[in-house]
Design a protein around this ligand. Sequence first.
Ligand SMILES: Cc1cc2nc3c(=O)[nH]c(=O)nc-3n(C[C@H](O)[C@H](O)[C@H](O)COP(=O)(O)OP(=O)(O)OC[C@H]3O[C@@H](n4cnc5c(N)ncnc54)[C@H](O)[C@@H]3O)c2cc1C
Length: 289
Amino acid sequence: MIEGYDAVKYYRPTNLDDALKLLAGDPDARCISGGASLVAMMNADLVQPSALVSLKAIAELQGIRSFPDGLIVGAMTKHQIVANDSRFTGGLEVIRSAAANIGHPAIRAVGTIGGSISLADPSADYPAALVAAEARIEIASHRGRRFVPAHEFFITYYTTALEPDEMVVAVHLAAPPGASVSAYRKVGRTEGDFATASVAFCGAFSGGQCTFARVAVGGCGDTPVRSAEANALLVGASPNSASVARAAEALVGACDPVDDVRGSADYRRLLVRRLLPRVFAQASQKAAN
Ligand SMILES: Cc1cc2nc3c(=O)[nH]c(=O)nc-3n(C[C@H](O)[C@H](O)[C@H](O)COP(=O)(O)OP(=O)(O)OC[C@H]3O[C@@H](n4cnc5c(N)ncnc54)[C@H](O)[C@@H]3O)c2cc1C
């Protein structure tokens, strides 16, 4: 080692227990999934981990498992795997759609769901979709396992409910009530950019009218934005109802967007007003087919 420089240790455990022991033994160690963001952050000196714990060789973290009551997505599942998996149907299609909207093919081939949500960029695609789908995040440490609802997992900008010795193991998606539908729309500055604003919708329709609705907005606050008022206004609505515009206003009222390189706060509010009717109509159309 060159004098005056600290070497970053690199571990590649083959089971979860060993990975959790490594994290417990060093508060400055970090998991590395695809490295899509972490390596760039290290290059920019934004983080200086003492050790990297690669999750690549841990079988438990890989892939998507079906259960009668839903899907479990392992933390190391890459965006392209989710984007191409036909099991994400109905109310869970929103997850597949969010994955397909992430970056461009090279990013989707490297980035993982565990890495994306642990980074907790509020303009990322998964967070709003997972909140709308009422996902639960499975977290492990050497102290045991716990589950956190997606809307409680995201605390603020780049901050999650994870303690330093914890890692995301999987995302649990319960199959929403029968005949549910979902849709996701994002507006970014360019193809492959993070969202200036995004809206995720999960719900159901009967006779053209919405019977339940869960909406979440990305890119318009420090965490995915929810509004119980907007959800309530959508129930009983059809795509042309005036209450859809009222729901969009309620959603805009719950947002706290910033002015940044991706757009002004006012532009983001405008996007939410435009995107909610679109995802609602898209979901309604899916229900009718
Ligand atoms: C050019 C570019 C464009 C992008 N565009 C988009 C976009 O449009 N939309 C979008 O949503 N995302 C976008 N991303 C983000 C990308 O999709 C990745 O999801 C994200 O960078 C995380 O990458 P990763 O999975 O390789 O995690 P890493 O980079 O390996 O890790 C990211 C962070 O999460 C921690 N971590 C990783 N795995 C776990 C775990 N299981 N448990 C606990 N902590 C963990 C790491 O310690 C690190 O702090 C883009 C990234 C790049 C580089």
